[in-house]
Design a protein around this ligand. Structure first.
Ligand SMILES: Cc1cc2nc3c(=O)[nH]c(=O)nc-3n(C[C@H](O)[C@H](O)[C@H](O)COP(=O)(O)OP(=O)(O)OC[C@H]3O[C@@H](n4cnc5c(N)ncnc54)[C@H](O)[C@@H]3O)c2cc1C
Length: 396
């Protein structure tokens, strides 16, 4: 009987893992199904660009997985039942269940609201494609001089604010952050960031905690109202509650706790990669939610699945955190390396060359995801059957 591997999510972690498993596992023994709510691969790394008004490459998942043998189910995951090894999904046709023998959970994350009143009703964000498109539509409506406040002081907030300021020079952009803007950067990178923010004309309010978002203002803890035509909430990421509701052991923030091989500590037939996983990296600290972490954890999870299913030795892949790439519009950027304690190193690559490196990394990640078996069907499959694989779009 075929061993059913179900991959939840076809983002950076899920799409990569599914392709890798299809390359490595024999299709006579394994059936791989990927479930995602979106018909296209979502390049989350570039959603601030989409929101600012730029167009991104269109990468339909059906084409991405063509020729790999991977079954694609376009549906929203609404629940998991690890006790009965089933996943509940919903699409336009209704709800049904998918049974699995091995589950790979890579549902990623979305914007963290931190329980702040009014965020759901009045704020925009760039952590998911539909949300980025809503923000873009709102920016299109604004007149010259329209005011956009971005809330947050970390990578996504900086990238969103600078991208909007560069792409929409007629708008006024502000950044409100509870700490120091880029306070975690080394001195060279921080100086560069502050100069760039100044060049874009972005107003910065540091040590400003937003306690409430209203239709036309973000309200700070001291009562100051930041009048706003569009408030962009970019104060971190949070995972969906599906894993916790299904009974998997999770941290307080809902991320799934895993062992070093990326198996759920409560349900070892559930493997986790990407933003959904809480795992201690090689530096002794939790890996940050990032595209790089999705790559490292994806490599480790697939090695564990293959080892557990075939008896092959499970290689210990690095779980590293080496630094951050920050885009500052299309022509400027920062590449900040960190040391083994995750502290910023004093130097940094800044300016146009950092922007070029970042854009090459983003393009390479997008290309690699859209070629999950590097354009080739599994050599094992061809050797065994003499046939090419086809992709089945699994109906409801
Ligand atoms: C604007 C922006 C800029 C960023 N820039 C960087 C950067 O420069 N460097 C960096 O390292 N990281 C960056 N990140 C973070 C990075 O995008 C994430 O850490 C990374 O995408 C995590 O990969 P993942 O596979 O875990 O999740 P995702 O890439 O989010 O994939 C999750 C997939 O699951 C699907 N999904 C989610 N819920 C459901 C459901 N209920 N049912 C069905 N399908 C579902 C989604 O459609 C998606 O395809 C950025 C994020 C944003 C939003």
């Amino acid at each position: 009987m075929l061993h059913r591997i179900v991959v939840l999510g076809a983002g950076y972690a899920g799409a990569f893992c599914a392709g890798y498993l299809a390359r490595q596992l024999h299709s006579d023994d394994f059936e791989i199904t990927v479930v995602d709510a979106e018909p296209d691969f979502v390049e989350r790394l570039r959603l601030h660009q989409l929101a600012a008004g730029q167009d991104l490459p269109h990468r339909p998942l059906r084409e991405v997985f063509a020729g790999t043998g991977i079954r694609l189910r376009l549906a929203r995951v609404t629940a998991i039942d690890p006790g009965h090894r089933t996943v509940t999904v919903a699409d336009g046709e209704g709800e049904d269940q998918i049974a699995y023998d091995t589950l790979l959970y890579t549902l990623g994350s979305t914007a963290a609201r931190h329980g702040v009143a009014g965020v759901d009703e009045h704020a925009f964000h760039v952590a998911a494609r539909p949300a980025a498109l809503r923000l873009r539509a709102r920016l299109d409506e604004l007149d010259e001089g329209g005011l956009v406040w971005v809330v947050g002081g970390n990578l996504t907030a900086i990238e969103a604010a600078t991208e909007i300021a560069e792409s929409r020079p007629g708008l006024r952009v502000g950044l409100a952050t509870s700490g120091e803007l880029g306070g975690w950067l080394g001195p060279k990178a921080r100086r560069h960031l502050l100069r760039a923010v100044d060049r874009f004309g972005i107003t910065v309010h540091e040590h400003t905690t937003i306690e409430r978002v209203e239709r036309a203002a973000a309200i700070a803890a001291d009562g100051t109202a930041l009048v706003s035509d569009a408030t962009v909430w970019a104060a971190g990421f949070a995972v969906p509650p599906i894993a916790a509701a299904g009974g998997l052991e999770v941290m307080a923030d809902g991320r799934i706790t895993v062992d070093r091989q990326m198996r759920s500590v409560s349900h070892p037939d559930v493997y986790v990669a990407g933003d959904s996983a809480f795992v201690i990296g090689d530096n002794g600290r939790p890996l940050p939610m990032s595209c790089a972490s999705a790559g490292y954890t994806g490599l480790q999870a697939t090695a564990a699945i293959i080892g557990d299913r075939t008896g092959r030795t499970i290689k210990a892949h690095a779980l590293s955190y080496v630094g951050n790439h920050i885009s500052l519009g299309r022509k400027d950027g920062i590449f900040q390396l960190v040391d083994s304690d995750a502290r910023a190193k004093p130097g940094a690559l800044c300016g146009r060359s950092a922007a070029r490196v970042k854009s090459a990394i983003v393009a390479t990640s997008g290309w690699a995801i859209s070629h999950p078996t590097f354009g080739k069907p599994s050599h094992k499959y061809r050797a065994a059957t003499g046939r090419e694989r086809s992709t089945a779009l699994v109906a409801g």
